[in-house]
Design a protein around this ligand. Structure first.
Ligand SMILES: NC(=O)c1ccc[n+]([C@@H]2O[C@H](COP(=O)([O-])OP(=O)(O)OC[C@H]3O[C@@H](n4cnc5c(N)ncnc54)[C@H](OP(=O)(O)O)[C@@H]3O)[C@@H](O)[C@H]2O)c1
Length: 314
């Protein structure tokens, strides 16, 4: 089968389109013919090897040669112990280790995968899993965002942010989206009541305070985030630097005791129910050979919402 392969961390130039062996499903796995795979920042992080958590399982060289985690496709073969799906089922979901998807076929256990709703195309379905579940767990399950609350989403013009803005509006919040100047209109179009260009304004230093903050790109100190919360407010970081994450563990309990504010890391749990709960929006669709160009587009900061790679038409 064809796949986009890499053997060292680097720029999109280290990615090559190659012929590799088609995977064979273990007894508890499915073999899926990939129709579409969407890009996430986790693909970019896995490509460049930063932040440090992107090197889990592969400190010096990538843990696996194929990136790509959010997939929609058709089940081609079912291992004898996998009873969830049948050959021919159209399915969508996320690869367990953020790898394997930039290819014509993948094997997965499919535990947190779901049947693709007939009303969604493969491209639309592929744009949902990681970003949609992050937003749902951040805004609803952990954040328990309520009507009338002031909510800030940092990195709101990207993949998870675009779902998060819409969900927070759905739960009745007053939403502030933070991202670069190119994405301000996009965030407004998704329903953001206020927008901040992070290149011109630091939301942790402008005096604003929020009931809830979902941070998709946390690089400041735990104290800076606490400053931007109302007393009793909650902050969850999803992506960002390991140094910032460590501060949540080191200083989080002290901040909570002294101010009643909660600054924490959100560990996203993949599951089928959440996947089935959400809907999607797409930005761009590329063919498989254009993964390097597509990742460059995302890494250089032009992607609004999700970018999707179409592998099989249909
Ligand atoms: N915690 C977990 O369990 C878990 C699970 C899966 C994934 N993740 C992580 O979740 C993160 C979310 O990724 P995503 O796919 O939503 O990313 P994304 O689509 O790249 O969106 C992030 C957005 O943040 C913007 N941004 C960059 N620097 C910023 C800054 N200083 N202030 C505000 N916004 C800024 C980016 O814009 P630019 O174009 O300007 O860069 C982009 O629009 C990833 O880091 C991923 O590793 C975490």
């Amino acid at each position: 089968m064809k796949a986009i392969v890499y053997h060292k961390y680097g720029s999109p130039d280290v990615l090559k389109l190659e012929e590799v062996e088609k995977p064979a499903p273990a007894d508890d796995q499915l073999l899926i013919k990939v129709h579409a795979v969407s890009l996430n920042r986790s693909d970019w992080e896995g490509l460049i090897g930063k932040p440090l958590y992107a090197r889990l399982g592969g400190l010096r060289k990538p843990a696996g040669p194929i990136l790509g985690s959010d997939i929609a496709g058709r089940v081609e073969k079912v291992g004898k112990d996998n009873t969830q799906f049948q050959p021919g089922d159209a399915v969508f979901g996320e690869m367990g280790n953020y790898r394997g998807g930039f290819a014509e076929y993948v094997c997965t256990g499919g535990k947190a995968w779901a049947l693709k709703p007939a009303g969604l195309t493969f491209k639309q379905a592929a744009s949902i899993p990681q970003a949609g579940v992050i937003a749902l767990q951040g805004i609803h399950k952990k954040g328990q965002v309520q009507a009338g609350q002031k909510v800030l989403i940092n990195g709101a013009g990207g993949g998870s942010g675009m779902f998060a803005i819409q969900l927070a509006k759905r739960y009745g919040a007053e939403v502030t989206g933070v991202d670069n100047a190119e994405k301000l209109d996009f965030m407004r179009s998704l329903g953001a009541d206020h927008v901040i260009d992070y290149t011109r304004e630091d939301f942790t230093r402008n005096g604003g305070q929020y009931d809830f903050i979902l941070d998709l790109i946390a690089y400041r100190s735990a104290f800076a985030y606490a400053r931007a919360l109302k007393p009793g407010g909650n902050y969850y970081a999803v992506g960002g630097s390991v140094a910032t994450f460590l501060q949540f563990f080191l200083f989080g309990p002290w901040i909570r005791r002294n101010s009643g504010k909660n600054v924490r890391l959100l560990a996203v749990q993949r599951n089928r129910e959440d996947l089935e709960y959400i809907t999607e929006l797409c930005d761009k669709v590329y063919p498989l050979r254009d993964v390097p160009e597509a990742l460059r587009y995302l890494g250089e900061g032009h992607a609004k919402g999700k970018v999707v790679i179409e592998i099989q038409k249909g």
